[in-house]
Design a protein. Structure first.
Length: 528
């Protein structure tokens, strides 16, 4: 190869600046390899003379800015950053420069901008005078997207921890309220209709509070779910009648399902919660009517999509799509869409927990939420689920259990919250059980030693001071006391401090109702 054939000869006879490899061989092979390496780089490389004219640019840099290499030859380098033209260093300044790094914004051929990181070195001739500048350009768009997504994930994680703690405290309060209400209703005569109606109203309000707590737990990804193989097309068709009751006649409903779609790995109950919430939001966004479309389809994500959006994993997804022709959302609203308690609805019309719940439930099922919206043009929400590996489940929601029958066994109730302990004791004693109480695991061990062979079941909170329920279970087993156990907690299973509970041991989540407590205890005793 002749020197005249090598692009780098255009910038002077010395091919290395400060920090580089000085005195590279002038033979053609070395320059050929160097040229090939620069062309293969993912970074953009541009070489300019001292007047800022482009004398070399690699294909990556040209493509990054929307040009071909030929179109850039001889052009002023400030075509990439017109606003920086006035900052061009003079010849005197170039003598003092060595290397400089900066993050700025470059301009593409179509006028769009993108963030870049530039590293420039002075190329000097044999006399040490500046002969040109070599600049590498790194497109920071993907990095910025990933950084934004990471900050968002960290914020959502912090909010999840906060809401999980709030949910625990609420659950304890609601447990006392609901159990006391049920006990009061049992004592009120059947002919005292007004009193019973008032108590029933209080109970309804408490159950609404319990529903809000469930949404908080869903957002913090601590809700209990059971992944099954679900055919989304059949699921949507089953929900049509329920959804129709939610919508006024002014909203037209269209269903477009893909019968050839693979089953999704999802929780049917969680799916129903999410779909009802999305349909309710769409209804509220179309106060004067419009079109609501519910559909299922396959959506593939590739590496380019993941890089541009900062979320997801490449692969095929089974997707539930809910779109409306409503008011749409601004960019500012979309940025806060999944924050708990954020709502654009007037007071009394929304809690701000619906989309937070959707976000948490989808993430807990290993999926993703993709929302696109434009003000005045409506919103499209896509719930992306991973395809199931098993055949679809034919299970349906179980019918309500029959009332639990009375018992005469002795139950050891272990609970550190005095109000919950009193409420549970009253409920169990009214059902005929003999109840021994303990404030923590240490007290519970003493009770078991004091009444050897008398305890028929242990109903224990999981998280307690001194000795928690999990540790109590292990200690009793170690001492040879093989007793039926029921764990209970205001935390969800995924939020309980350390490790998992013993497989097969029933778990009763607070806030429990009287029926739930009695049924769980009776089933555990009968199974034992």
């Amino acid at each position: 190869m002749r020197d005249a054939d090598v692009p780098f000869r255009l910038v002077g006879s010395v091919t290395a600046g400060p920090g580089g490899q000085a005195g590279l061989p002038r033979d053609g092979d070395t320059l050929l390899y160097l040229a090939a390496a620069v062309e293969a780089m993912q970074l953009g490389v541009t070489i300019t003379d001292t007047q800022g004219r482009i004398v070399f640019v690699n294909a990556a840099d040209a493509a990054m800015h929307g040009y071909t290499v030929a179109e850039l030859s001889g052009r002023d380098a400030h075509i990439f950053a017109p606003a920086a033209r006035r900052k061009r260093p003079s010849g005197e300044q170039l003598r003092d420069f060595s290397r400089w790094v900066r993050e700025t914004v470059n301009v593409r051929r179509d006028g769009s901008t993108f963030p870049v990181r530039l590293l420039s070195d002075i190329i000097r001739g044999p006399d040490g005078e500046p002969a040109g500048i070599v600049t590498t350009c790194e497109d920071l768009t993907e990095r910025r997207v990933l950084e934004d997504e990471l900050r968002h994930a960290q914020k959502m994680e912090a909010l999840g921890q906060l809401t999980g703690g709030i949910a625990h405290d609420f659950n304890n309060l609601l447990t006392v309220i609901l159990s006391s209400i049920d006990l009061m209703l049992a004592e009120v005569p059947a002919d005292a209709a007004d009193v019973r109606a008032d108590i029933a109203e209080i109970r309804t309000a408490a159950m609404r509070g319990s529903s809000l707590v469930r949404k908080l737990l869903a957002f913090s990804r601590k809700e209990r779910i059971s992944l099954q193989s679900v055919k989304l097309d059949a699921f949507v068709l089953e929900q049509q009648e329920i959804l129709r009751r939610l919508l006024p006649a002014s909203i037209q409903v269209r269903v477009a399902t893909d019968e050839g779609l693979r089953p999704a790995s999802a929780d049917p109950n969680a799916l129903q919660q999410m779909l009802l919430n999305l349909v309710t939001n769409a209804r509220d966004a179309m106060p004067s009517g419009g079109v609501l479309e519910i559909g299922t389809r396959r959506i593939p994500l590739d590496g380019r999509f993941v890089a541009e959006h900062g979320w997801g994993e490449p692969g095929d997804y089974v997707t539930l799509v809910v779109s409306d022709t409503g008011t749409g959302m601004s960019v500012e609203v979309q940025d806060r869409l999944f924050e708990p308690f954020f709502t654009t609805k007037p007071p009394g019309r929304g809690t701000g927990l619906g989309m937070a719940m959707v976000y948490g439930l989808v993430k807990q099922q290993g999926g993703f939420v993709y929302v696109t919206s434009q003000e005045g043009k409506g919103t499209v929400v896509r719930l992306l689920f991973r395809p199931a590996t098993a055949l679809p489940s034919e299970e349906r929601l179980a019918s309500p259990p029959a009332p639990a029958r009375p018992g005469r066994e002795t139950i050891l109730l272990v609970e550190d919250e005095a109000s919950i302990r009193r409420a549970a004791q009253r409920v169990l004693e009214r059902q005929g059980y003999r109840v021994l109480v303990a404030g923590d695991g240490v007290d519970a061990l003493e009770v078991c030693r004091r009444y050897p062979g008398e305890v028929g079941l242990v109903l224990s909170d999981v998280v307690m001071p001194n000795l928690g329920g999990r540790e109590l279970y292990a200690r009793l087993r170690a001492e040879g006391a093989i007793l039926p156990f029921v764990f209970t907690s205001g935390y969800a299973l995924g939020d309980i401090a350390t490790g998992h509970l013993e497989p097969g041991v029933p778990f009763l989540r607070k806030p429990w109702t009287v029926d739930e407590l009695l049924t769980t205890v009776r089933e555990a005793l009968d199974r034992a």
